[in-house]
Each structure stands twice: as structure tokens, then as C-alpha cells.
Design a binder for this molecule. Structure first.
Ligand SMILES: CC(C)(COP(=O)(O)OP(=O)(O)OC[C@H]1O[C@@H](n2cnc3c(N)ncnc32)[C@H](O)[C@@H]1OP(=O)(O)O)[C@@H](O)C(=O)NCCC(=O)NCCS
Length: 150
């Protein structure tokens, strides 16, 4: 699927872009995964660079947020529209996220069912699984690309 990916810090987002990303996250995490024990909009979006992908009709179909000022950089809210999952959109999204991260070390709290998926993209699981929002998670890190195995 041909998608266009963009990224911007919160302050530079248009209202339409912000709305469409939050709507997508709500559809994926609250409606789809029934995560209601934690706020989906948690007050931290203003700290983030947001990444989003739109299809040829201008629909936002993928999004993620990146805490670029953290050390390591922290990635979260990785989401693809439910009707498009498992079609390669998420992999394209993560390529765009990696471009934003650049050569900085990064970390994310992955839903455990995605461990293999993230591993294929250069992330490494660290430690034991733990519960977050009543879902099994695993901490994953991505070293600076120069130190990734070839
Ligand atoms: C996780 C997510 C972003 C991946 O995007 P995607 O477009 O579905 O991913 P891709 O098509 O690029 O890659 C598909 C791979 O992701 C993994 N995957 C995606 N959905 C999966 C599921 N429901 N069960 C198991 N593995 C899954 C598999 O490794 C799959 O490969 P396969 O189809 O060959 O088994 C998307 O499925 C999503 O939004 N899921 C719900 C929200 C979520 O869990 N976000 C991640 C929080 S850490």
C-alpha cells in the first residue's frame, strides 16, 4: 500500500492531524483492545514527536509517538487501523519511526505478542515480561544503528 509518512513535534501539528491520530489510537487501543484501565490520552503527547502515515485518500492509517528528548529515546502508541493490520503498514510505520530516531539508542514497552515482530526490525527484548494496562509487555531496546549486527 502506498502511504505517505510525516512527523512533527506536537506544537507543529495541525488540528486535523492531531484529531485523526487520537481518533485512530482510540479505535485501536480503546475500542479494539479494550484498554480502559489507563487513559489513552495521558497528558504526555505535548512532549512527543508524532509520526503518522496517510493513504492516498488522506486517511490517517498509522501512528506512533516518540519521546525524542528522553535518553534512551522512547517509542509508544504504535498503532495501525484495524482494517489494515497485517498488511505491512506497521512495518512501514516503524521504518518512519526509525528515521525519526536516527542514531540514538531507543526503547519501547512492547506488547509481548509483538516480540518477534520488533526483533525482526532490530529491537532486543530485555528482562522478563510484565503487566501494563493488564496486558503482558516486554521491555525492548534498539541500539544505535552503528552497533546493530550486519
Ligand atoms: C502492532 C501493529 C502496529 C503492527 O502493524 P501491522 O500493520 O499489523 O504489521 P505488519 O503487517 O507490518 O506486520 C505484521 C506482523 O506483525 C505481527 N502481528 C501483527 N498483528 C498481530 C497479531 N494480532 N497477532 C500476532 N502477531 C501480530 C506479526 O509478526 C505479523 O507478521 P505475520 O502477519 O507474518 O504473522 C498493529 O497490528 C496494531 O496496531 N496492533 C494493535 C495495537 C498494538 O498492539 N500496538 C503495539 C503496541 S506495543
Amino acid at each position: 500500500m502506498k502511504l505517505e509518512f510525516r512527523h512533527a513535534p506536537f506544537a507543529d501539528l495541525g488540528l486535523r492531524e492531531l484529531h485523526d491520530m487520537l481518533w485512530l489510537r482510540n479505535e485501536v487501543f480503546v475500542v479494539g483492545q479494550k484498554i480502559t484501565c489507563e487513559a489513552e490520552v495521558d497528558g504526555r503527547d505535548p512532549e512527543c514527536v508524532h509520526v503518522w502515515g496517510t493513504n492516498e485518500q488522506g486517511r490517517v492509517v498509522a501512528t506512533a509517538r516518540v519521546f525524542l528528548d528522553s535518553d534512551p529515546v522512547k517509542v509508544g502508541r504504535v498503532a495501525v487501523a484495524r482494517d489494515l493490520q497485517r498488511g505491512g503498514v506497521g512495518s512501514q510505520l516503524m521504518e518512519a519511526v526509525h528515521a525519526v530516531i536516527g542514531d540514538r539508542p531507543a526503547a519501547l514497552s512492547a506488547q509481548a505478542y509483538l516480540r518477534t515482530w520488533y526483533t525482526r526490525m532490530g529491537w532486543t527484548a530485555v528482562g522478563e515480561e510484565y503487566d501494563e494496562a493488564e496486558i503482558p509487555h516486554i521491555w525492548m531496546v534498539r541500539p544505535a544503528p552503528a552497533t546493530l549486527p550486519r
